[in-house]
Ligand binder design. Sequence first.
Ligand code: FES
Length: 573
Amino acid sequence: MATQRPKRRSQAWFEKQDRDGFVHRSWTGKPGYPQDSFDGRPIIGICNTWSELTPCNIHFRELAEFVKRGVLEAGGFPLEFPVMSLGETQLRPTAMLFRNLASMDVEESIRGNPIDGVVLLMGCDKTTPALLMGAASCGLPTIGISGGPMLNGKFHGKDLGSGTGVWMMSEMVRAGQMSQEEFSEAEVCMNRSSGHCNTMGTASTMASMVEALGMSLPGNAAIPASDTRRNRLAQLSGRRIVQMVEGDIGMAKILTREAFENAIRVNAAIGGSTNSVVHLLAIAGRMGIELTLDDWDRIGSEMPCLVNLQPSGEYLMEDFYYAGGLPAVLREIRHLLHGDTLTANGRTLAENIDDAPCYNRDVIRPFNEPFKEKAGIAVLKGNLAPDGAVIKPSAASPHLLQHRGPAIVFESIEELHSRIDDPAMDVDENSIMVLKYCGPRGYPGMAEVGNMPLPRKVLQKGFTDMVRISDARMSGTAYGTVVLHTSPEAAIGGPLALVRTGDMIELDVPARRLHLDISDEELQRRKAEWKPPSKPERGYVRLYVDHVQQAHLGADLDFLVGHSGAPVPRESH
Ligand code: FES
């Protein structure tokens, strides 16, 4: 006889009147909860990336308390649980190496526990895609809350953007335009409050993607971490997730193909990070939605950038929030969005933004007077990148978007650092810097080293940008004429591995072309001589290298693509 399916999956743990039910209830109630505080109520898992090793998420214990208030108010029962946290500034060799590992932690923690709905607390760069990917492979009702950006950095009477300011000032020191003492002084001025990077870097971009996809309540992207309206949002999200469980609003109802198309357009309109390309491809892959690298160019590249924020512009996230935040941007481009996509509050995207105000037109420009034209991610193809490479034109120098020059090749980031200031190096501002073996398998983990520092002798001539090409990523806070995510990567024998110093390279962004100017025969000859790098011997890194997909597919592990839902697993005892 078929047993009746419980209304909620947590009932499979708590409703049973046998030995197993005793175990589940007795241990859950251990902190002193009366049985009726959880038994029979929607159980809400609060997936927390708090860690003292992730300074951007350091306020998440407090944020979780506000979520709990909301869950309790709405009649649910909150259970907070930790997952692997990924601190962008501490984790070596790169936090990206562990994005997929953290996503596995999230997925299995959700599926294996008595959880009916999930709240994702996300902040520092990789914590957002890791949690969305893991949750997507389960598909339960899920709502996201971002930690919020830091307040504007303040240095010598001026605003100082996190990340962007580091790249800029370190080049000034190398060019002799800033003292080492001033550079050190800026450390405490840049990061002076809780929250993630306050530029439109990867964290702010991904928080915007969460909102654009409909996975959060409106306003999620920009409220500063230390503004109490962030706590209010957390409490409201806690209330809302209980309703989402009761309404059975799983992730598949929100994360549709149309929602991803909206996100691609929004990424362009905010001058968002190139990192969102690999992350959204990976999240879509978990949802079983076909999204390709070419979609980024086709859907987003003609979009204007409306937001005057660093690294493409001038202002910071605090200014963005006061100007109206993401809803104001969405309203400006609403004629290009799928307005009928469902969002976490139960309303459509169009309904959410219908009357969204803008309070500062210098920060958020009108659609017909954009900050930058045609600012979306451009996807380049050619014999140097058969499967594609990306560039963010809004952060590049316009005069370098069509450029031909001789390659100066670095086989590793360590070689680059050891040679970059060598006055004998044969390089000038017309050279094209090429960095190899920094892709998903090569680094491993596809590090953010694509925005290579410029040679000192070029900086001292007053040049601040050169064409740079690699299979790496770059920080969302970085800028320059930087070609990234070249696929296939050097470590699997992609053409990038075969480039030699002095080869001529042609970059033509309007024509979407990245061409190595040597014959096919010469390429084949070099390929025959090429030897693959050795693999790590054991552990997660070996698993990663054996299974990671290329950047144009999202750099997920091949066996993690797709979803398994959240069926109740068999009993543990
Ligand atoms: Fe955490 Fe930038 S270092 S968001």
